[in-house]
Design a protein around this ligand. Sequence first.
Ligand code: SAH
Length: 253
Amino acid sequence: MSTPVVFLGAGPGDPELITVKGRRLLDEADVIVYAGSLVNPVLLDGVQAEIHDSASMTLDEVLTVLCDAWQAGKKAVRLHTGDPAIYGATREQMQGLSKKGIPYQVVPGVSSALAAAAALQAELTVPEVSQTVIFTRQAGRTPVPEQESLRNLAAIQASMCIFLSVSMIDKVVEELIAGGYSGDTPIAVVEKASWPNQHIIRGTLADIAAIVRASDIRKTAMIVVGQALSDDPTAASKLYDAGFSHGYRKSSK
Ligand code: SAH
């Protein structure tokens, strides 16, 4: 009986940011189909598997490679950047396998949203500032349902990680301001988070578009926005505050 096809999160780029399980699955794989436009190829150094770059493949071609491998009793891995559940286009692949009765499993990875937060040394959930993180994108060639437009989401004033949108930074800023963020809201752009050539730009909604345009950042970048990025010390967590009691500690004030 063949082992299930694995949808595997490669992490954001740094080859040490794949899970231990993911590393083992790559090393044991017979066939790997990887998203060549985003996955760091260093992850594939030394693997024994037959390797396919999905960048130039259609969905049917990817499915054929995965199905043929499984039917031949081989271990097949579909390697996606970050975490496969976020903008991974995995659903149609999983449905395609299900239709053919081929079992699969998903092994998570570190999303670039979280690698970007780490690069920024930011906590995205600062008590009394924001307790919600939104993963989203600006509508482009792929539409976004109207109720989830950046303009509508901005009204929530949560921390937001905006994927796939840096090339539309002017539109992103316009939408966020139209939705209710003030011009002084902190915003950052992290290009290639965790890669050796990682590049961070910080600004406010008022000036970030000009800074991005003047840079050479055009793709593979995460936009992070919200008051949680502010270095205002009054926005501090109560959890470690001496005047705050909780289940494990009584207030000392
Ligand atoms: N599944 C991936 C996202 C794939 S969509 C994940 O969980 O990270 C591709 C988008 O992800 C890019 O347009 C960019 O916005 C973001 N991205 C991927 N890798 C990145 C990285 N290393 N640094 C910053 N953004 C990245």
